[in-house]
Write a protein that binds this ligand. Structure first.
Ligand code: NAP
Length: 311
């Protein structure tokens, strides 16, 4: 923040795991922001006024420039509309919405109101993503393999919404992979998808997918939420300049097995830096490409029913 700029007065909405783990620590160290209020049905943030709903927060008279919406995607659209209608800049947690068209509607409303809309894709800010992008820009990618396998019981314990319609199931983490893929590789489209739904749930627990690009590029994805032991968040690309492995969700880059980039992650501090940048520039940054792929997977995908899932 330059000396003549005042901090962005921020309200945070939907105080759950990601707010406690990432948003609050990032904001505490960022002079660009002053956290002035929070709204959540049950949880509260110490030291600031708390409200049950975003409507109460917006009507409270507290001066707020921007809001971060961190509740589950199924209930984010109405909150985002209320904030944009009130002239607030909006930071959307990922995924930016439960449908593509609701995010398009928010983009149009933000433009009409002259405020910034940020569809935050935290994995795009993983430490080795820009190095991977630069490497791929200098060669031709031929074949891509996406391996996203993690243990839902470890990472999302007891989160009912994630298994409900609009919660995305295993695509909640896999959209992070797609947010990187759509940032570093040429455009791809899904050609085949097979989705495994637990008999007692409305969202998938595993999937296998194939993609193609216009230039002969192909990709496949192995996605699983019941992976115990080592967890995999890998993007492997066969290129004319060697085999690129972007692992640990974008934290580590190797070319032909040699590590070329690895540093500690700073995803949320960088997300907030980007949000301040677009607010001050009067711009929006709301790419829906990762969300479109998930919509396409549900549209094209064959559905298998597999064993029931219990936490
Ligand atoms: P979570 O722990 O279930 O927290 C979500 C919170 O939203 C709940 O605790 C609930 O607060 C609140 N909420 C529910 N309905 C609301 C409404 N109508 N208005 C306002 N608040 C409402 O979920 P999370 O893990 O933080 O995930 C939230 C979002 O962040 C998801 O889109 C997820 O994909 C994304 N994200 C999560 C992670 C992660 O590692 N967990 C990482 C990156 C991004 P109360 O407790 O007050 O009822």
């Amino acid at each position: 923040m330059s000396p003549n700029q005042t901090p962005i007065r921020l309200g945070i909405v939907g105080v759950g795991k990601i707010v406690r783990d990432q948003h609050l620590p990032a904001l505490a160290k960022d002079n660009d922001y002053r956290l002035v209020a929070a709204a959540s049905p049950h949880a509260t943030v110490d030291g600031i006024p708390n409200f049950k709903t975003i409507e109460e927060m917006l009507a409270s008279g507290i001066e707020i420039d921007a809001v971060s919406l961190c509740m589950p995607p199924q209930v984010r659209y109405h909150a985002a509309r209320a904030a944009l209608e009130a002239g607030k800049h909006v930071f959307l947690e990922k995924p930016p919405g439960a449908t593509v068209s609701e995010v398009e509607d928010l983009k149009a409303l933000a433009a009409e109101k002259g405020v910034s809309l940020f569809a935050s894709w935290h994995s795009r800010y993983a430490p080795a993503v820009e190095a991977a992008r630069a490497f791929l820009a200098g060669t031709t990618a031929r074949r891509v393999s996406l391996v996203w396998k993690e243990d839902v019981r470890k990472w999302h314990p007891g989160q009912a919404w994630i298994w409900e319609a609009g919660g995305f199931g295993v695509f909640d983490p896999f959209i992070n992979c797609l947010s990187i893929v759509t940032h570093i590789l040429p455009p791809l489209h899904i050609t085949r998808a097979e989705l495994d739904f637990p008999a007692n749930r409305d969202a998938p627990v595993a999937a296998r997918m194939a993609f193609a690009g216009s230039n002969g590029l192909t990709a496949d994805a192995e996605i699983d939420w019941l992976q115990t032991g080592p967890q995999s968040w890998d993007i492997i690309v066969e290129t004319d300049a060697g085999k690129m492995t972007l692992s640990n969700g974008g934290a580590k880059l190797a070319i032909d097995g040699r590590i070329v980039h690895e540093e500690p992650e700073q995803e949320y501090p960088m997300l907030y830096r980007r949000f301040a940048e677009i607010v001050r520039a009067g711009k929006s940054d709301a790419d829906i490409a990762p969300l479109q792929h998930i919509a396409d997977a549900f549209m094209l995908g064959r559905r298998n029913v597999v064993g029931a899932f219990y936490d």
